[in-house]
Design a protein around this ligand. Sequence first.
Ligand code: FAD
Length: 643
Amino acid sequence: MADLDNKAKEKAMDLAEDARQTEWKFPSFTAELFRGSFRWDLMHPFPAQDPEDKKTGDEYLAKIREVLERYVDPIEIDHTGHYPEEALKAFAEAGAFGMKIAKEYGGVGLSQTNYSRVLSLLGSYCQSTTTWLSAHQSIGVPQPLKMYGTEEQKKKFLPRLAAGEISAFALTEPDVGSDPAKMSTTATPSEDGSYYLLNGEKLWCTNGPDADILVVMAQTPPKMVNGKERTQITAFIVEKDMPGYSVAHRCSFMGLKGLSNGLLKFDNVKVPAENIIGKPGQGLKIALATLNTGRLGIPAASAGACKLCVQEVQSWINGRVQWGVPIGKHQAIAKKVANMAADTFAMESVVWLACAFADKENADIRLEAAIAKYFCTETTWRVLDDYLQVRGGRGFETEHSLRERGEQPVPVERFLRDSRVGRIFEGSSEIMHLIMAREAMDTHFKLMMPLMKPKPGATESKGSLILKAVKFYASWYPKLWLPSATNYEVKHLNATNQDHLQFVDRTCRKLARSLFHTMGKYRERLEYEQLILANFVEVGVDLFAMAASLAYAEYLIGQKPDDDTPQQLADLYCANARDRIAANFRAVKHNHNAKFRGVTDALMDGKFGWMATDIMDDYVAKAAARELGTAVEAREEEHAHVK
Ligand SMILES: Cc1cc2nc3c(=O)[nH]c(=O)nc-3n(C[C@H](O)[C@H](O)[C@H](O)COP(=O)(O)OP(=O)(O)OC[C@H]3O[C@@H](n4cnc5c(N)ncnc54)[C@H](O)[C@@H]3O)c2cc1C
């Protein structure tokens, strides 16, 4: 059974491996960090936004702010679940559906930094709006077309998308989420290859029910590569009026009440071959590359929400008096609020740094985008949960109810619900761990895997592989024990923050050493040791966020020498991060991983039935049977009607 499990995992990993993008012009700060090299030069001086680009962004943000104020009432949208048509029209007129589309195709042509600034603004106000606009262009048709489309496809679709025709990204299916390589939607080529017949279902497609143009991933016939059958996934552009395409169900969620999201059905949809993006078989690579850059949208919106909370919390902890003093004076509250501010500062630093990297052409931002997405969504949940607690009962009350009874409607309850899915979609936190671990181990996997786990059909001799590995490790490994040669060149950071900077530098080398030693211990099994790899990844994430916070603080103090708050925020973030890093290193050796396995195995074997006392234990099964029955009947009825 374990063997079968590992074989299935291996197949999924092989396909994911084929789909990884591998060629870049600019190096990744974080990839270097995992190899033990602290490339402070890549983030210092902090790559601040170019003044011309900033001016463009300021003007555009003013335009979007106007639309928000005029057409979007986030409290009403959350309360009714209805997203106003006139807001979508106003956004289309303001060019908001073409923010990321180049001007030559009718778009606004914003840089990644300005686009993220808009998402931050939206995220601080109405996350349903963020999702409409970002699903359209962070992951919808414009992004894969920009990267892989032909000139003809760009000319045909981009002007329509920029003008407000809505797009969506359809990858997930009822049976495949995190492992899209196993998708069952098929695209069967016609005999002459001029078109494909698309069949299957796509689940949770954001914007899907209202989309005009979708990018749909489907399996095309497999190919033999090195004697192995390789699944081929291909990306298709599908238009809503193609016969056989239908919306089977509109989904609703705990948050993002104004979202348009649904289950889509493809029943012999005839798609012309010229609607393939890239080449047949490149679909998974396109989907993953789309998500690499697309992932930067969510962190920007998350940072926006938290920045608003940091502003709002000030008047609350001053004005709310309990036990004779403002609640901000109680230590327990002060700790939460201080961490909210420091964590938000770190998020802001990570987001702007990752955006600046993304604005460089062909920069390797896979790790930074994954870190930004993972770090910001996880941290946002913590920040909002703390803010909710600090607001007491009012934190749990909806804005609508607060407004109705004449109190200030502070959006923390809505933000908390809306932000939760950030840890799940566009790659869940667990999948971000896997992606980051894979990239962190890249050098070792390339050198050692062919030796430890040779692939069938591999041609290079063992001797040559050993020679290559020895040559690399003989020069790389000793350097990890030498003192740093990094020139910090900081002018403004105080002694404590300079100490944090040196900590980052020496801990990179410790991280690289520990990774290497751990690989020696677990060998090829390390790729299945998710929790140990997660400990290393967490260290890398904190080191990146520490370095980003210190670089950003150094920049901000340079701009305003009299303001020492960036100094304070960077220091608090780094102090907390150092505690977490110590705990993560400790957990590589001393952990409860075997106990987790044992308890979960027992649970999976049904051994905890004895706990089922005094509960409505058959409620879920009964509800599922009843509801499923109705939904299936409704869908069958609908399809009979369509036919
Ligand atoms: C509101 C919303 C909007 C969405 N929008 C879109 C969209 O526009 N387009 C689209 O294609 N999809 C969309 N999705 C789907 C989303 O991307 C998936 O929900 C997500 O990828 C996770 O897949 P899943 O829900 O099937 O979970 P599963 O893959 O079934 O995972 C269940 C749990 O197991 C974990 N897990 C899975 N595999 C591993 C592993 N190898 N190691 C460790 N842990 C693992 C997951 O992290 C998760 O915690 C949306 C989902 C929601 C809820």
